[in-house]
Write a protein that binds this ligand. Structure first.
Ligand code: HEM
Ligand code: NAG
Ligand code: NAG
Ligand code: NAG
Ligand code: NAG
Ligand code: NAG
Ligand code: NAG
Ligand code: NAG
Ligand code: NAG
Length: 547
C-alpha cells in the first residue's frame, strides 16, 4: 500500500513538473549569471555593460560601447546561418572569423575575451553570447527577451557572408532570407540593432569622415540615434521625422547608406509603425531578437526557457573538520518579483534549512537557521536575497538532501521549498577535502578527497578538472575536462569512518581566461556519489604553507 502511494505521487509530480528546472542542473552557472546582476553572488556579465554606455573592459576607450559590441557580435555570428542546410547560426564560430573584413574592429576580440570568464563545462561560448545580449538589452531599457540554453560551439569557421553597408538591397534581402528572415523582419532586426552604438571612423573610413576622430572620440564613433545608450525607438522616430543622424542612412556616401535602403524597403511602413508606437518597437525587437539568438544549427536542441529559481543553493561546501564533524557552508538565494519581495529586508526574513540523514530519514533536530548576507544583491528581473549556511552535522548520520522554509516577512506563513518534491540533493559520502590540498611551485596540484569506508566497496574514485584551453585559429577558448584517478592513502585522522584519497596532476597547457571548477566522484556500495562544482580557489593554497 505504501509503495503504491509513493509511486502514484511520483507520477503526479512527474506530470506537473515535466518542465520544471530542478537543482542541480547543467545550466546552474548560466541561471546564476542570468539572475544576479550586482552585489553578493554577482553573476558578473552585467558589470561589463552597466551603465549602458560603458566602454569595454580592457579597452576603455571613450566612444566604444560594450552593450552595442555584444549585440553586433551576436548578429555577426548568426548572419551566415543557412536556413536550407540548417548549418551555422549562433554557434560561436565568430571566434574563428575575427580577421575577416566583414567582422572588422577590435570589438569582436574584446567581447570574446570577456565572455571566456563565463564558460563552464555546461555553459558554451554561444550560450554566453546569447545571455550577454539578453542582459545588455534589458540593462539598456529594452525588452525582457526569454533565455534558452544548450547551444553547441563550432570548432571551425563558418561560411563568409555577413552583410556589409556598400552592398545593395537585393543582396541584403537575400542574406536575411538565407538566415530565415523576410523583408519586414530584416527591417525590424536592423532597427533593433541600430538603436545602440554607432559607426566608427577608424574601421569605416568611407562611411564616417576622419574629422570625427578627436582626442575625446579616438575611434571616431558617430551614433545611430540621439539615444545611443537607450534601447528605444528613436532610430525610427528620427528616420521618420527627418532628424536622423545615422551615417548608414543619411551619410554623405550614398553607396554605404544601407540602413536607408533597408528602412525604406517597404515604403517605410515598418519604421513608421515603430516611430508611432514605442511599445510596438520593444515587442517586435523582443520577438525577433529572440528568434535571432535561437537561430542555431538544426542538430541543436535548446532547453526550456530559463527563469530565476525562487530558491537556489549557491556555492555549497561540505567538509570534514578536525573534530570529525561535517561543516556545511555556502548560501541559499531567494528570488521574487512581488511588491512584497521588493520591500523585504533580508535581516528580517525567516529562513531555515532542514536536512535528511544519509539514509533518507528526517530528524526534527536536524535544522539550522540561516543568517542574511549583509551585502545586498540586485537582479534585472526582480528582488534577490542571500543567506549564509553555517551548520555542523554529525558525520555518522550525514546528509542526503535538504529543504528550505522561508518567508519575505516574519509575519508571513512560511513557504516550504523542496526543489520540486525530492529536496535539494547533497551527499556526505564523497567530500572534497581542502585541508592538505595545494598547488606546488611547478604548478602541480595535489587534491584530497574523503570517502566513507563503512558503506560498501569503493571504486572509480575520480577527480575531474574543468578549465579553458586555447583553440588554434580562434580568439575564444574552449572548456575541457582533465580526469585523473584518485588513490587511497589511509584512514582520515579526523574520523575513522572516512578514508583519504589523493591525486597529483599538472594542468598542462591552459589559459588563465575562464572559470575553473572541479568534480570528485566515486562508486560506493554500488551507487555513484559526486561532490560537484567545487571552485578553483580551493586548490590554490601553496604547498608547504601553514593553514
Ligand atoms: C544589412 C545589415 C547590416 C549592416 C550592413 C550593418 C552594418 C553595420 C556597420 C557598418 C556598423 C558599424 C560597426 C562599427 O563601426 O563598429 C554597424 C554597427 C552595429 N550593428 Fe549593424 N548592420 C546590419 C545589421 C545589424 C543587425 C541585424 C544588428 C543586430 C540585431 C546590428 C547591430 C549593430 C550594432 C549594435 C552596432 C553598433 C556597434 C558599436 O557601436 O560598436 N546590425 N552595423
Ligand atoms: C545554403 O545552402 C544551400 C543548399 O546547400 C545552397 O544551395 C545555398 O547556396 C546556400 N546559401 C548560401 C547563401 O550560401
Ligand atoms: C583578434 O584576435 C586574433 C587572434 O588572437 C588576431 O589574429 C586578430 O588580429 C585580432 N583582431 C583584432 C582586430 O584585434
Ligand atoms: C514576414 O513575416 C511576418 C510573420 O510571418 C509577416 O507578418 C510579414 O507580413 C512578412 N513580411 C513580408 C514582407 O513577407
Ligand atoms: C563610398 O563607399 C564606397 C564603399 O566603401 C567606396 O568605394 C567609395 O570610395 C566611397 N566614396 C567616397 C566619396 O568616399
Ligand atoms: C524627432 O524625433 C526625435 C526622437 O524622438 C525627437 O527628439 C525630435 O525632437 C524629433 N524632431 C522633430 C523635428 O520632430
Ligand atoms: C522614407 O523615409 C525617408 C526618411 O524620412 C524619406 O526620405 C523617404 O522619402 C521615405 N520613403 C517613402 C517611400 O516614403
Ligand atoms: C535525531 O538526532 C539527534 C541528534 O543528532 C539524535 O540524538 C537522535 O537520536 C535522532 N533521532 C532519530 C529518531 O534518529
Ligand atoms: C608536475 O609538473 C611538471 C612540470 O610542469 C610536469 O612535468 C610533471 O609531469 C607534473 N607532475 C605530475 C604528477 O603531474
Amino acid at each position: 500500500m505504501k509503495v503504491f502511494k509513493l509511486s502514484f505521487l511520483g507520477v503526479l509530480q512527474a506530470t506537473a513538473l515535466a518542465n520544471a528546472y530542478i537543482w542541480p542542473s547543467p545550466y546552474d552557472a548560466l541561471e546564476d549569471a542570468y539572475t544576479v546582476s550586482g552585489g553578493f553572488g554577482d553573476g558578473g556579465i552585467v558589470d561589463g555593460v552597466n551603465p549602458c554606455s560603458l566602454s569595454p573592459i580592457g579597452g576603455r576607450l571613450p566612444g566604444r560601447q560594450a552593450a552595442a559590441e555584444w549585440l553586433r557580435l551576436a548578429y555577426h555570428d548568426v548572419a551566415t546561418f543557412n536556413s536550407t542546410t540548417g548549418l551555422g547560426g549562433l554557434d560561436a564560430s565568430i571566434g574563428f572569423e575575427t580577421e575577416r573584413p566583414e567582422n572588422i574592429g577590435s570589438a569582436m576580440n574584446t567581447s570574446l575575451v570577456f565572455f571566456a570568464a563565463f564558460q563552464t563545462k555546461t555553459s558554451s561560448m554561444s550560450d554566453v553570447i546569447a545571455l550577454s545580449v539578453i542582459l545588455a538589452i534589458k540593462n539598456c531599457g529594452g525588452p525582457s527577451i526569454p533565455f534558452r540554453a544548450g547551444r553547441i560551439d563550432a570548432e571551425a569557421a563558418g561560411p563568409l557572408g555577413v552583410p556589409q553597408p556598400q552592398q545593395n538591397l537585393a543582396s541584403h534581402t537575400a542574406a536575411f532570407a538565407n538566415m530565415g528572415f523576410n523583408v519586414t523582419e530584416m527591417i525590424t532586426l536592423v532597427a533593433c540593432g541600430h538603436t545602440l552604438g554607432g559607426v566608427h571612423a577608424v574601421d569605416f573610413p568611407t562611411v564616417v569622415p576622419q574629422s570625427a576622430i578627436t582626442s575625446s572620440n579616438p575611434d571616431g564613433v558617430v551614433h545611430f540615434d540621439d539615444t545611443f545608450d537607450s534601447f528605444d525607438n528613436h532610430i525610427a522616430t528620427q528616420w521618420i521625422n527627418g532628424s536622423s543622424e545615422d551615417v548608414l542612412a543619411v551619410g554623405d556616401n550614398i553607396t554605404t547608406n544601407s540602413d536607408a535602403r533597408i528602412f525604406g524597403a517597404d515604403g517605410n511602413a515598418t519604421m513608421r509603425a515603430f516611430a508611432a508606437d514605442a511599445s510596438l518597437f520593444q515587442a517586435q525587437c523582443s520577438v525577433l531578437l529572440e528568434r535571432m539568438l535561437n537561430t542555431v544549427p538544426s542538430s541543436v536542441q535548446l532547453s526550456d526557457v530559463i527563469e530565476p529559481l525562487e530558491v537556489k543553493p549557491y556555492q555549497l561546501s561540505l567538509t570534514l573538520n578536525a573534530d570529525g564533524q561535517l561543516a556545511l557552508g555556502g548560501n541559499i538565494r531567494i528570488f521574487g518579483t512581488s511588491d512584497e519581495a521588493e520591500a523585504a529586508v533580508a535581516a528580517q526574513m525567516p529562513v531555515s534549512l532542514s536536512w535528511k540523514d544519509l539514509d533518507g530519514t528526517a530528524n526534527a533536530t536536524h535544522s539550522t537557521t540561516l543568517t542574511a548576507v549583509s551585502q545586498t544583491s540586485t537582479s534585472l528581473w526582480g528582488s534577490v536575497y542571500f543567506f549564509t549556511i553555517d551548520a555542523l552535522l554529525e558525520a555518522q548520520s550525514g546528509i542526503s538532501s535538504f529543504t528550505v522554509d522561508w518567508a519575505f516577512s516574519a509575519s508571513d506563513t512560511l513557504t516550504h521549498s523542496d526543489n520540486g518534491g525530492a529536496g535539494f540533493p547533497l551527499q556526505s559520502v564523497v567530500l572534497f577535502q581542502p585541508q592538505g590540498t595545494c598547488t606546488d611551485i611547478k604548478g602541480n596540484i595535489t587534491a584530497l578527497a574523503l570517502i566513507r569506508n563503512d558503506l560498501g566497496a569503493v571504486s572509480s574514485v575520480s577527480f575531474s578538472y574543468n578549465y579553458n584551453v586555447n583553440q588554434p585559429g580562434s580568439v575564444s577558448v574552449k572548456q575541457v575536462t582533465l580526469q585523473t584517478e584518485m588513490e587511497r592513502v589511509g584512514v582520515s585522522s579526523a574520523s575513522p569512518i572516512y578514508d583519504t584519497y589523493t591525486t597529483t596532476f599538472g594542468k598542462g597547457p591552459f589559459t588563465d581566461e575562464g572559470f575553473i571548477t572541479f568534480d570528485i566522484s566515486a562508486v560506493v556500495g554500488g551507487q555513484t556519489f559526486v561532490a560537484p562544482d567545487n571552485q578553483e580557489a580551493g586548490l590554490l593554497t601553496q604547498c608547504g604553507s601553514r593553514r
